[in-house]
Design a protein around this ligand. Structure first.
Ligand code: FAD
Length: 564
C-alpha cells in the first residue's frame, strides 16, 4: 500500500482510473490497432513509477499544529502535481514534475482549512483547492509563478458527506469534497438524485463541479451544475461567505454567481445546498440517422426550440459516428432520449421524431417502441445499453482509459468544446474543422482525425464538442509530442474564440484556456472588476494563483504581508 494520508482507493497517478483498473485484452487490441492505424511504430513501455520522479524537497517545514494533516510522500505530491489533461498525461510519461506541491493537506473540517490559510498567510505559501484532480485545463497545477514561498495542494476528500436532506423542498446540504458516486449513494435511500453526470463523475467532486461550472451529460434543461446550486458556503482568506437558500432571487448581483465558476481563486467551497430530483421512472431512447450534417443540425435546432427538453440529444457528425463504429462516414447520428419521474414519454418522443423526420431523419420504430415499453433497460445515469446508443455510450465511458495506452504510444488524443448561437453554428463548425484540421496537419505532418458531437443543446444554440487523434511522435518522443500538443491547443483556443464561440462550455478556464481564449473572450473591464473582488476576498493572493486572472505582482514577506 502506498504511503498516503488519503482514505480512498488508490488512484493511477499517471493516467485515468484506479491502479487496479486496466484495459481488457479486447480493448488493448482495439487501441493498438488505432495507434498503428495512425502510424505509431512502437508499443508503450513500462508505466511510470513514483521513484522515477526527482522531486525537490519541500521548501518549508510543516508547523506542529498542521503536521497531522500534511503529507509530503511522493505518492501524495505526485498525484496532486497535475490534473488529467493530455499535456498532464504526457508529462507523467516524461517522469517530470518541476513544480510539485511542497505539501498536500488533507483537512478534516473547516477549522483545518482556516488554520491552513493562517499558515499560508504567514509563510507566503499558495493554496490550491483540490477536489478529484480531474481538471483538464491546468486548474490544480502548482505552477503558480511569482514569489510564493511554497505551494500546498488542499485535498478536500475528507469533507465528503451529505449533511442534511430537505425532502419538502427537495434539496440537500452536501460537502464540497464528495465524489459523484459518494453523494449519489447517500441520496439513494431518500429516492432522490442530484442527476449530474459529467463523464468524470466517478472521480470528480461536488466542490470541483461548482468551482468549474461543470456540465453533466444530459443535453437540455437542467445540465450545468449552476442549475442545481441553491446556496454555497465558501471559506475565503477574508472570512466565510454563505449565500441564502432561495429558489430564486432578484436581490442584486447574485453571490452564488460569484462563487460558482471561481475555480479556487476566491476560497474553498466547503458545502452547498443542491436542488435534487426524484429518480426517473420513465425512459425512452431512439437513434436517428441523417444523410448529412446539415439536415441533422437543422433537426436538432427544431427539437431544441420545441420546448421538449430531451435528456439526450447527442448529435454525432459523420466523422464522430464512424470513429465510434456507428456510421459509414457520410451519415450523421442523433442519439435522442427522454426521461421523467412523473409521466410516460410517448408524446414527447413522437413529436421529436416527427421533427427529425421533417429534416430527413430515419429510425427503427420497433426499437423505439421497445424502449418506450421499458424493455430496453437503462443504467442509473439514464443511458441505454442497447443499439447504437448503447455502443456509443460504452465507448464514451471507456475512452479516458484508452488514453493510458495511446499517450505512451505517441498518439495525441484530446478534446475541446465550445458553444455558439445557431445563426453562427455552421461557420464555427466549418471554420474549426478547417483551422484546427490545418494546424493538426501542419504540426504533426500526418493525417489526423477531427470529429464533432453536440453535448448540450439550447433553444438559441448547441455546445459542439470536438475530438481529435493525431500522431504526436512515431518514436514515442514525449517532449516533441508535448510541444506539438501545445501548438494545437493554442490553435483550438484561437479558433473557437475567433469564430465567436466560448473557449469552454464546461471544461473551465484554469491556466490552459487563458492564452488565445479567456484572456480575449472576457471583457477587460470585467476581468479588472473580478480581480478587484478577488483582492478583497484574498488580500495576499494565496488562492490558486495564475488561474482565471493574474494575481497582482506580490512579494510575500516572512510575515505574509503583501507588497505590491
Ligand atoms: C476524462 C474526463 C472527462 C471529463 N468530463 C467532463 C464532463 O463531462 N463535464 C465537465 O464539466 N467536465 C468534465 N471534465 C473536467 C473535470 O472533470 C471537471 O472540470 C470537474 O468539474 C472537476 O472536478 P474535480 O473535483 O476533479 O476538481 P479539480 O480538478 O480538483 O479542480 C478543478 C478546479 O476547481 C477548483 N476546486 C476544486 N474543488 C474546489 C472546492 N471545493 N472549492 C473551491 N475550488 C475548488 C480547483 O482549484 C481547480 O481550479 C472531464 C475531465 C476528464 C479528465
Amino acid at each position: 500500500m502506498t504511503n498516503t494520508l488519503a482514505h480512498r482507493r488508490e488512484l493511477c497517478f499517471w493516467g485515468w482510473g484506479y491502479t487496479d483498473q486496466g484495459l481488457t485484452p479486447e480493448e488493448e487490441t482495439h487501441v493498438a490497432r488505432l495507434a498503428s492505424g495512425l502510424g505509431a511504430e512502437h508499443k508503450p513501455g513500462p508505466a511510470p513509477r513514483l521513484e522515477e520522479f526527482d522531486l525537490a524537497a519541500p521548501r518549508i517545514a510543516a508547523p506542529d499544529n498542521l503536521s497531522p494533516i500534511l503529507s509530503c510522500t511522493p505518492y501524495d505530491r505526485i498525484t496532486h502535481g497535475y490534473g488529467k489533461s493530455f499535456g498532464d498525461l504526457v508529462r507523467m510519461q516524461m517522469r517530470e514534475m518541476p513544480n510539485p506541491p511542497d505539501w498536500v493537506a488533507f483537512p478534516r473540517n473547516e477549522e483545518d482549512i482556516a488554520a491552513l490559510m493562517e499558515f499560508a498567510a504567514s509563510s507566503g505559501a499558495a493554496l490550491i483547492p483540490f477536489g478529484g484532480g480531474t481538471s483538464v485545463c491546468g486548474g490544480v497545477e502548482p505552477d503558480v509563478g511569482g514569489d510564493y514561498g511554497a505551494v500546498i495542494s488542499v485535498d478536500l476528500q475528507y469533507l465528503n458527506r451529505v449533511l442534511e436532506v430537505d425532502k419538502t423542498s427537495r434539496a440537500a446540504l452536501i460537502e464540497g469534497g464528495a465524489l459523484g458516486p459518494e453523494l449519489e449513494a447517500d441520496l439513494k435511500p431518500h429516492n432522490l438524485t442530484l442527476r449530474h453526470y459529467p463523464q468524470s463523475f466517478e472521480f470528480s467532486t461536488l466542490g470541483g463541479w461548482i468551482a468549474t461550472r461543470a456540465g453533466g451529460h444530459f443535453a437540455s434543461n437542467y445540465t450545468h451544475v449552476d442549475d442545481f446550486v441553491e446556496s454555497v458556503r465558501m471559506l475565503t482568506p477574508a472570512g466565510v461567505m454563505v449565500s441564502r437558500r432561495l429558489p430564486g432571487s432578484g436581490a442584486g448581483p447574485s453571490p452564488d454567481r460569484m462563487m460558482i465558476g471561481s475555480e479556487g481563486t476566491l476560497g474553498f467551497i466547503t458545502r452547498a445546498w443542491m436542488r435534487l430530483q426524484d429518480r426517473p421512472r420513465f425512459r425512452a431512447s431512439a437513434s436517428v440517422s441523417f444523410p448529412g450534417m446539415e439536415q441533422a443540425w437543422s433537426a436538432v435546432r427544431a427539437i431544441s426550440q420545441a420546448a421538449l427538453f430531451p435528456s439526450n440529444c447527442r448529435l454525432l457528425d459523420p466523422a464522430e459516428a464512424m470513429m465510434n463504429g456507428v456510421g459509414d462516414g457520410d451519415t450523421a447520428l442523433l442519439v435522442l432520449a427522454f426521461e421523467s419521474a412523473d409521466h410516460p414519454l410517448q408524446a414527447w418522443m413522437a413529436r421529436a421524431l416527427e421533427l427529425a423526420g421533417d429534416h430527413g431523419g430515419s429510425w427503427d420504430q420497433a426499437a423505439v417502441d421497445r424502449s418506450l415499453s421499458g424493455s430496453d433497460s437503462a443504467d442509473e445515469d439514464g443511458e441505454h445499453r442497447q443499439g447504437a446508443a448503447g455502443q456509443w455510450r460504452n465507448q464514451f465511458l471507456r475512452a479516458p482509459y484508452y488514453r493510458n495506452y495511446l499517450t505512451p504510444a505517441g498518439v495525441i488524443v484530446d478534446t475541446f468544446e465550445t458553444s455558439i448561437t445557431w445563426d453562427r453554428f455552421e461557420d464555427l463548425y466549418q471554420g474549426v474543422r478547417e483551422r484546427v484540421g490545418r494546424s493538426l496537419k501542419e504540426v504533426t505532418g500526418t493525417d489526423c482525425m477531427l470529429s464533432c458531437r453536440f453535448t448540450h443543446i439550447y433553444p438559441d444554440g448547441p455546445a459542439p464538442y470536438f475530438t481529435f487523434y493525431a500522431m504526436g511522435s512515431r518514436e514515442g518522443d514525449m517532449a516533441s509530442m508535448l510541444s506539438r500538443w501545445r501548438e494545437i491547443k493554442l490553435a483550438a483556443n484561437e479558433a473557437v474564440v475567433g469564430l465567436g464561440g466560448t473557449v469552454t462550455h464546461h471544461h473551465a478556464v484554469g491556466r490552459d484556456h487563458r492564452p488565445g481564449g479567456y484572456d480575449d473572450q472576457a471583457p477587460p473591464l470585467f476581468r479588472r472588476a473580478f480581480a478587484g473582488a478577488r483582492r478583497e476576498l484574498d488580500p495576499t493572493g494565496m488562492m490558486n494563483p495564475g488561474v482565471l486572472v493574474d494575481t497582482p505582482d506580490r512579494r510575500a514577506t516572512a510575515r505574509g504581508v503583501l507588497v505590491d
